[in-house]
Design a protein around this ligand. Structure first.
Ligand SMILES: [Zn+2]
Ligand SMILES: [Zn+2]
Length: 237
């Protein structure tokens, strides 16, 4: 997992990497773990605290935003330094952005409760599920979104069908583009499919940008650039 922004999460100073991992103490919880990275002042944030902060960022933004465009919601959240370039927080992020935009577009939903369910369920989808299980977590997140919105359970009828079809549709679009994984590209793709399916099946009209443009290419060493549908040809070499 790569850390975006490059700076220390506590003081903003440059991060330095030691050649060998050494014991670091998390500034938030005091846990000691082996790591190679800290800032010049020695600040270190453990993985668990980093993940917790990332989830808080997602929830706080989705709770407050009035945006009807879930891609815009996702992009704003992705700007936060607690959100990695790639990481399992996207398994919550995609669905949470959809829930907020759905709610802001007239969809009937207890947003507070929905965001809690999204966090609980999305957090159970492990990193790397895309490559190892054949189901990208951002795609699964769209399915979780559909499940929450329609109140699906394993005993549901139409809601059960819609939820499974949502995941399938998102994964088909994600798989069609092909790898290597990019949590930004896969999130945008899952959201786009969910917006279309929500309009078609539930009659709720969210917004989408005319063209989705990614601002994260420079931070992704595996970016497919010209062969990614969201690559910004204008701003990148
Ligand atoms: Zn620092
Ligand atoms: Zn910690």
């Amino acid at each position: 997992m790569e850390r975006r922004r490059g700076g220390c999460l506590v003081c903003g100073r440059e991060l330095v990497y030691s050649e060998k991992a050494r014991e670091m103490t998390c500034v938030f919880c005091g846990k000691k773990e082996q790591s190679q990275a800290s800032c010049r002042d020695g600040h270190y944030v453990c993985d668990a605290c980093h993940a917790r902060k990332g989830l808080d960022v997602i929830r706080d933004f989705c709770r407050e935003t009035k945006l009807r465009d879930p891609v815009a919601v996702a992009q704003r959240i992705m700007e936060d330094p607690y959100i990695y370039m790639h990481g399992p927080e996207h398994h919550v992020l995609a669905g949470a952005a959809l829930l907020a935009a759905f709610c802001n577009s007239g969809g009937q939903l207890d947003l507070e409760k929905a965001l809690s369910l999204m966090e609980e369920r999305g957090s159970q989808v492990p990193g790397g599920a895309c490559g190892f299980w054949g189901c990208c977590g951002a795609g699964v997140s769209a399915g979780i979104y559909m499940s929450i919105v329609t109140g699906a359970t394993p005993l549901g009828g139409r809601s059960w069908g819609l939820s499974n079809r949502m995941t399938a549709r998102a994964l088909a679009a994600i798989g069609e583009i092909g790898g290597p994984r990019c949590c930004k590209r896969d999130t945008f793709t899952a959201i786009r499919e969910a917006v279309d399916m929500t309009r078609e099946e539930l009659g709720v009209e969210m917004e989408l940008p005319r063209k989705i443009t990614c601002a994260f290419s420079e931070e992704n060493p595996q970016c497919r650039r010209g062969s990614c549908p969201y690559y910004d040809r204008g701003n990148n070499r």
